[in-house]
Write a protein that binds this ligand. Structure first.
Ligand SMILES: Cc1cc2nc3c(=O)[nH]c(=O)nc-3n(C[C@H](O)[C@H](O)[C@H](O)COP(=O)(O)OP(=O)(O)OC[C@H]3O[C@@H](n4cnc5c(N)ncnc54)[C@H](O)[C@@H]3O)c2cc1C
Length: 618
């Protein structure tokens, strides 16, 4: 039996682990696994050789590649704090060893680990698997690292040939998890790229922030960063600390930036005009989740009409869970006169939540306002770039202070943290197709997904402290909402629609985001060849008016994660985003993580072992 795994990122490694763990229970006498990646074990995101200042956005104790209960399992935090990590890093043939060792010695359970260290953890994990395979005469591993798979074809008996250049690898079954994609350029990107080429400007397309060539951006230049999520923080870090500047701690939860003089002036913006919310300092144990009180599967089921929950009912349940946490934290922190348990009981029982909150006579600014959370600058008079800086700084400072209180204390950031705990509840709605297709397309896939990223997928609070310090130093300026960018006068120019006459001209434009994982627009040859060869297609969605649109996900059977029509082909991870929810995280130990369960189920499927209660990612 030959199984191919394309992608040796965390999912590819989880698959390898689960194939090894499950092999003994299968009826197969021997197994050869072909593992392919353009990079090495750990994959492209988790390169060991990348700037040490680029950090993860999940606390160290919430990350593991091992299955719960697996022998000798170490989470990334346990690994970093053991001698095993130091010995392993010392054994690596890399020139940033000293930097890695200094960083690993500083890690505690709640640290945000440098991504390079997570890369070392992935490589160590892989080494453990290789050792296990060496001891097993019936499993062979053929590793194809630093190789680009450029074609996948189906041959006889529903088996496949995976091609790397001129070399073909026949496999009986295949699983792919390709992570971030390269996409076909949009018309806008094509024209901006042409403009940059014509006038000697720098244009950085969406992709991996640590790999982009920033060498043409000089200190006398202005640069636009479009997008204010995680990639924004990476680019800012590379253009500031990465150029010799440094931060000092003022001892009052603020930082001061000391410039090296090599930094360009950064104009950052987005449609919303506000950087992502910071992550709270974690106060949770590694396996601690707040369960849903309102968006429970049972409550969702109660709202079903003809098998569907309306988006509005779904959103109301989700909001109630956030508000429940918000007021619980707020009352504990600021209103000792209010009995939190009594509030919680009443909030769960009442049909009129607004009236209940009204009965506490809170000052207006303490009443939870969802619209304000989604649009923190709503109602603010924005008339110049300069006065906008002051609004953003005030908001950032408030959010940083809240985030520093901790994930079980800060009312705003602590309650938004709930959105991570609710992921499986959202997955339940999505993968069981409980939205109507119209609600899915018009209300969930567009706005809601983007809102979730803004609220819950930001960087650790220290990144927001850094942005604030860089704004104070005049190196970063945030453009107001509805940022527009065009090429004109041999420059890229940008402005906010709110103060249209203030135009900023720059020499470099950075698209600070990874490409959306959309099957139809992917330019990854694994996807394009499988589409061309009729192996995969996007999941179709038929709307009530008869129009059919494509989901971003590959069309798969959610019970097995098999590609529809291909019994021996499986996919998971970002290739299924849109059908599943947040498909790219590294699993969390001790919480029966759905990623770990899915990995086990798929491995069983590949080995023809029956799966009794399929995961369906929830
Ligand atoms: C900058 C950044 C920071 C992140 N930080 C965090 C974080 O802090 N915490 C967290 O949980 N998640 C984080 N993520 C999400 C991250 O994607 C996941 O943690 C994890 O890497 C997903 O694993 P994966 O195996 O599904 O995909 P990936 O890790 O992306 O691995 C996919 C692999 O497939 C390979 N591949 C693709 N196409 C081909 C081909 N044609 N031929 C050969 N190989 C191919 C790629 O080289 C890649 O190595 C981050 C992502 C990015 C981009």
């Amino acid at each position: 039996m030959k199984i191919g795994i394309i992608g040796a990122g965390p999912r590819g490694l989880l698959m390898l682990n689960n194939l090894i763990q499950n092999f003994e229970s299968s009826d197969h006498d021997n197994l050869t696994i072909h593992l392919f990646d353009r990079a090495v074990a750990g994959g492209r995101v988790w390169k060991v050789k990348q700037p040490i200042s680029l950090i993860m956005n999940t606390p160290a104790n919430e990350l593991s590649l091992f299955d719960d209960g697996q022998k000798d399992a170490l989470s990334i935090s346990e690994w970093c704090q053991s001698n095993i990590s130091k010995e392993f890093i010392n054994s690596l043939d890399v020139d940033n060893k000293d930097e890695l060792l200094t960083a690993v010695n500083k890690i505690n359970d709640r640290s945000y680990v440098p991504r390079a260290i997570c890369g070392a953890y992935c490589q160590w994990f892989f080494q453990q698997l290789v050792e296990q395979i060496k001891d097993n005469d019936n499993i062979n591993l053929a590793v194809h690292f630093n190789q680009n798979v450029d074609n996948v074809e189906k041959v006889k008996n529903d088996s496949f040939v995976v091609s790397v250049g001129d070399v073909d690898y026949p496999v009986d079954k295949l699983v792919f998890s390709l992570g971030q994609q390269e996409n076909k350029l949009t018309k806008d990107q094509e024209s901006l790229q042409k403009y940059a080429n014509d006038y000697g400007l720098t244009y950085i397309l969406p992709g991996e922030a640590d790999e982009a060539d920033l060498s043409t951006i000089t200190s006398d230049q202005n640069v636009i960063i479009r997008g204010m999520g995680l990639s924004f923080n990476d680019f800012v870090s590379r253009l500031t600390e990465g150029r010799g500047g440094h931060f000092t701690d003022n001892g009052d939860d603020t930082l001061t930036y000391h410039a090296s003089g090599d930094e360009p002036t950064i104009y950052a913006g987005s449609r919303r005009g506000v950087p992502y919310y910071p992550k709270a300092i974690s106060q949770k144990a590694f396996n601690e989740n707040y369960p849903a009180v309102f968006l429970t599967n049972e409550n969702v089921d109660k709202h079903l009409k003809d098998g569907h929950i309306s988006f509005e009912d779904f959103h109301m349940l989700l909001r109630l869970d956030i508000e429940y946490r918000y007021y619980s934290f707020l009352f504990s922190l600021k209103h000792p006169e209010i009995d939190v348990e009594d509030f919680q009981k009443k909030f769960k029982e009442t049909d009129n939540h607004n009236a209940l909150i009204g009965s506490y006579h809170l000052p207006t600014e303490e009443v939870f306002d969802w619209d304000k959370i989604l649009n923190p600058v709503a109602g603010v008079k924005i008339s110049t770039l300069d006065n906008y800086q002051e609004h953003i700084k005030t908001w950032l400072k408030e959010m940083i202070d809240d985030a520093l209180l901790g994930s079980k204390t800060g009312p705003v950031i602590g309650s938004l943290e709930m959105l991570r705990d609710l992921r499986d509840n959202i997955r339940y709605v999505l993968s069981n197709h409980l939205f109507t297709n119209d609600d899915l397309v018009h209300k969930y896939l567009g706005r809601f997904s983007s809102d979730m990223k803004f609220l819950s997928q930001g960087a650790p609070a220290v990144r927001s402290q850094e942005i604030l310090a860089l704004m104070d130093a005049g190196i970063v300026k945030i453009i107001g909402p509805q940022m527009q960018v065009i090429g004109a006068n041999h420059k890229f120019i940008t402005r906010s629609a709110f103060y249209g006459e203030e135009i900023i001209q720059v020499d470099a434009l950075i698209e600070a985001r990874t490409n959306a994982p959309v099957t139809k627009v992917s330019a990854n040859p694994v996807i394009t060849s499988m589409m061309d060869n009729g192996l995969i297609k996007p999941l179709p969605i038929t709307l009530s008016d008869g129009e059919t649109v494509d989901n971003s996900s590959v069309d798969i059977d959610i019970k097995t994660d098999q590609v529809i029509g291909q019994p021996n082909l499986y996919t998971w991870g970002l290739n299924t985003e849109g059908l599943y929810f947040v498909t790219s995280a590294i699993p969390r130990p001790g919480v029966n993580d759905s990623i770990l369960r899915a990995g086990d189920d798929i491995a069983k499927g590949l080995l023809d072992i029956p799966v009794e209660n399929p995961t369906i990612y929830m």
